[in-house]
Design a protein around this ligand. Structure first.
Ligand code: NAD
Length: 335
């Protein structure tokens, strides 16, 4: 029996978290879900953005499945997502992006993995506006943080039979910060001669990904570029509704989709739960429950390929609940 923290979050979070929980339970893996919540909805109800029970639960269980949390623009608190990643040093943001047969997009055969450094860069939140009409932000890149994310990417490449790591940067302009990240990645790459190493400047990379996405394998990059490339890559495979993710540190992992709280569709039972369901499969892999994880992935593929029960973003008319039930039925038929 695993004890796992479940944070539903804001917007569509509760709907997709419910779906992911139901699908994981349907695999037969025994989970005792500890339900705690953080975010805008909790703040409105209690005056606290992250109640202490959230920290206690995370620190005790060390594994969490999390829905998206709204970050109000321009208001005086920092993103809870960024805060949790920093507080628990969840330095690897791992986001696999795969074409799903049956989903209509102009591309096929995409199978890449983004390794985004999760703890520094412009996300350190060091901003100032010392005089009217002028604002500054500080970008922090360290050798230590660059080295450990580069090692994560190369180790993953070796373990998952990947062929190539592409480091993405803007070192032609940001010679010290991005230059340090690039050079550190290059040094780390020397210990992995069996993996091809290449680098791309971020602007060129965006164009390359839209033109020839199937040429990329493992992408290694800094926090901000990783955030932007994640959404770009999601667009290549059918949208934000289908791309999962994980924030992994040395002793804790929080699994969450790439997408945000999608306030435009919240509460309507139309959100696509695939991204959080596949994040749940990544969580089962992390726990060593490989067979259950694979049965979820197979059931999702089968459901999408069938095309008769799809959510709106995938071209269908099914509700979040109906699509989730179709996945659960498929888990029952394949296991
Ligand atoms: P978003 O990802 O919430 O939505 C972007 C677009 O994609 C919207 O049109 C939305 O309807 C659609 N979309 C997203 N997920 C979908 C799904 N599962 N099914 C169908 N359609 C889906 O991005 P946003 O609107 O820029 O952000 C909303 C809020 O979420 C912001 O406060 C932002 O800070 C926050 N956010 C949180 C996280 C997180 O918790 N990890 C990540 C990204 C954004």
């Amino acid at each position: 029996m695993y004890k796992i923290t479940l944070i539903p979050g804001d917007g569509i979070g509760p709907e997709v978290a419910w779906a992911a929980r139901k699908v994981i339970d349907a695999t037969g893996v025994e989970v005792l879900w500890e339900l705690v919540n953080a975010g805008e909805a909790v703040w409105e109800a209690t005056g606290s953005l992250v109640p202490n029970e959230v920290y206690r639960s995370l620190e005790q269980n060390r594994v969490a499945l999390k829905g998206p949390i709204t970050t109000p623009v321009g208001k005086g608190f920092r993103s809870i997502n960024v805060m949790l990643r920093n507080k628990y040093d969840l330095y690897t943001n791992l986001r696999p992006v795969m074409s799903i047969p049956g989903l209509k997009t102009p591309f096929s055969g995409i199978d890449l993995v983004i390794f985004r450094e999760n703890t520094e860069d412009l996300y350190c939140g060091i901003e100032s506006a010392k005089e009217p009409g002028k604002a500054e932000a500080t970008k922090i890149i360290t050798e230590n943080a660059s080295k450990r994310i580069a090692k994560s990417a190369f180790e993953y490449a070796v373990q998952h039979n990947r062929k190539k790591v592409t480091v993405v940067h803007k070192a032609n302009i940001l010679k010290l910060t991005d230059g340090l990240f690039l050079e550190t990645a290059r040094q780390v790459s020397k210990a992995y001669p069996m993996i091809e190493f290449q680098d791309r400047i971020i602007d060129n990379m965006c164009m390359q990904l839209v033109k020839n996405p199937e040429e990329y394998d493992v992408i290694l990059t800094m926090n901000l570029y990783g955030d932007i490339l994640s959404d770009l890559c999601a667009g290549l495979v059918g949208g934000l509704g289908v791309v999962p993710g994980a924030n992994i540190g040395n002793s804790m992992a929080i699994f969450e989709a790439v997408h945000g709280s999608a306030p435009d569709i919240a509460g309507r039972n139309i959100a696509n739960p695939t991204a959080l369901i596949l994040s749940g499969a990544m969580m089962l892999d992390y726990l060593g429950e490989k067979q259950a994880a694979q049965s979820i992935r197979t059931a999702v593929l089968k459901t999408v390929e069938g095309r008769s029960v799809l959510t709106m973003d995938m071209g269908g008319t099914a509700s979040t609940e109906a699509f989730t039930d179709a996945i659960i039925n498929n888990i029952a038929t394949i296991s």
